[in-house]
Design a protein around this ligand. Structure first.
Ligand code: DOR
Ligand code: ZN
Length: 427
């Protein structure tokens, strides 16, 4: 089967140009200004649309095994494909935890069976994410795990974290930290600041994140092992990473769509839809995180797609779990809220996270003959609003109802085959 895409704007790490491409047997076989359709070609008219390398999400909670009422690997993969993703990194806070090869392999196989995007399981740093004993890094690395994280929690013990960095050396794996010093965040439901004091709610201080960012930067300086910082949310965290990069340390960072678009003021509604960890911060933080993305301090935009069933999100703020959906709205939020060129946005969604995930050989590739055909085709100007009932995710906890978004995925192509065509999932 061959697929011809015509009339497109091609956008990748080598720039932007008009063109067409032909895809055969999973790979791009021809790129040119104008390509003639051959009998039997499947056709996509991409006039007015951008073709880019497929998006890669570094931070997806797929909930399977253990919380299939909120999401399954299949429903989450479908949401990913609709959001333009050809690969996602599955977070390990499942039940059982992705802390051993058998659970990691289960997640990988379920991803392959769904066939909607490449599912790359991460593994936890500590057994059961309990923060006391390291998982078998070498065995997990041999099974293909590239990112290790206790996400949902940070590793509190500095000695254990030092050992984790030391063991990571030589295994070609990266420690990804959820930065939160729990002694400072017990019982917190939102960002500690003016709004929080006014509402009389327990606060999550920025310092709790920044202390752990700082600790891990110093552990990277000591050990030489790389670190990736998950969902950075404060202006000072961005500054710490900026300085670490200036020192030449091997650190990377991500931010979420919600931390560049929403603030703690939304908690005035007392709605747990806006409860997330780390919490929504102030407008100054939002602006600093955006600036970090624009100057490359923050490498990637990662969703922290965190599905939760409605009954749990309808509970009072202190009881509801933190987290919001992200996969199907990420592009629309990014274009609407980042005042920059499209290449910066797409880089943060595609080739930069692909490199951090260690899958840069298959995803986030330049659009050239001989490259694997993992691609996203989107309209960068379309304005739209999310309709929760139409989401492919099994959960409905999106904070973007009634919020104007700009930029809509039309087609997603995985290994040469459309997983999404004209905005419709193909399976
Ligand atoms: O808001 C969040 N939700 N932050 C996390 O770190 C974990 C996630 C979840 O698993 O629901
Ligand atoms: Zn987290």
């Amino acid at each position: 089967m061959s697929l011809l895409i015509t009339g497109a704007t091609l956008l990748d790490q080598n720039g932007r140009r008009g063109g067409a491409l032909r895809i055969e047997d999973g790979a791009i076989t021809e790129v040119g200004e104008n390509l003639e359709s051959i009998d039997g070609d499947d056709l996509i008219d991409a006039s007015g649309l951008v073709v880019s390398p497929g998006f890669v999400d570094l931070h997806t909670h797929l909930r399977e095994p253990g919380r299939e009422e909120a999401e399954t690997i299949e429903t989450g993969s479908r949401a990913a494909a609709l959001g333009g993703y050809t690969a996602v990194v599955a977070m390990p806070n499942t039940d059982p935890t992705q802390d051993c090869v058998s659970v990691v392999e289960f997640v990988r196989r379920q991803g392959q069976a769904a066939g909607l995007c490449d599912v790359h399981p991460s593994a936890s740093i500590t057994v059961g994410r309990a923060g006391t004993q390291l998982t078998p890094f070498a065995e997990l690395a041999a099974a293909g795990v590239k990112l290790f994280t206790d996400d949902g929690n940070g590793v509190q013990d500095p000695l254990l974290m030092r050992r984790a960095f030391e063991y990571a050396l030589g295994l070609d794996v990266t420690m990804a930290q959820h930065c939160e010093v729990e002694r400072l965040t017990g019982g917190a439901v939102m960002h500690e600041g003016d709004c929080c004091s006014h509402l009389g709610l327990p606060g999550w201080p920025s310092l709790a994140e920044e202390l752990m960012v700082h600790r891990d930067i110093e552990l990277v300086r000591l050990t030489g092992a790389p670190a990736h910082f998950l969902h950075l949310s404060t202006s000072r965290s961005v500054e710490l990473v900026r300085m670490a990069k200036a020192d030449g340390l091997p650190v990377t960072a991500e931010a979420t769509p919600h931390h560049i678009s929403l603030t703690d003021e939304l908690l005035r509604s007392y709605s747990a839809i806006y409860k997330v960890n780390p919490p929504l911060r102030t407008m100054d933080d939002v602006e600093a995180v955006r600036e970090g993305l624009l100057d490359g301090t923050i490498d990637a935009l990662a969703t922290d797609h965190a599905p939760h069933v409605s009954e749990s999100k309808e509970q009072p703020l202190d009881q509801a779990p933190p987290g919001m959906l992200g996969l199907e709205t990420a592009l629309g939020v990014a274009i609407a809220h980042l005042d920059t060129d499209l290449a910066t946005v797409v880089g943060a969604l595609s080739w930069k996270p692909a490199a951090i995930a260690g899958i840069g050989d298959a995803h986030g590739r330049p659009i050239e003959a001989g490259e694997p055909a993992n691609l996203t085709v989107f309209d960068p100007t379309e304005e739209w609003e999310v309709v929760p009932a139409r989401l492919a995710s099994k959960s409905r906890n999106t904070p973007y109802v009634g919020v104007p978004l700009r930029g809509k995925v039309k087609h997603t192509i995985l290994n040469g085959v459309p997983t999404v065509k004209d905005g419709v999932a193909q399976k």
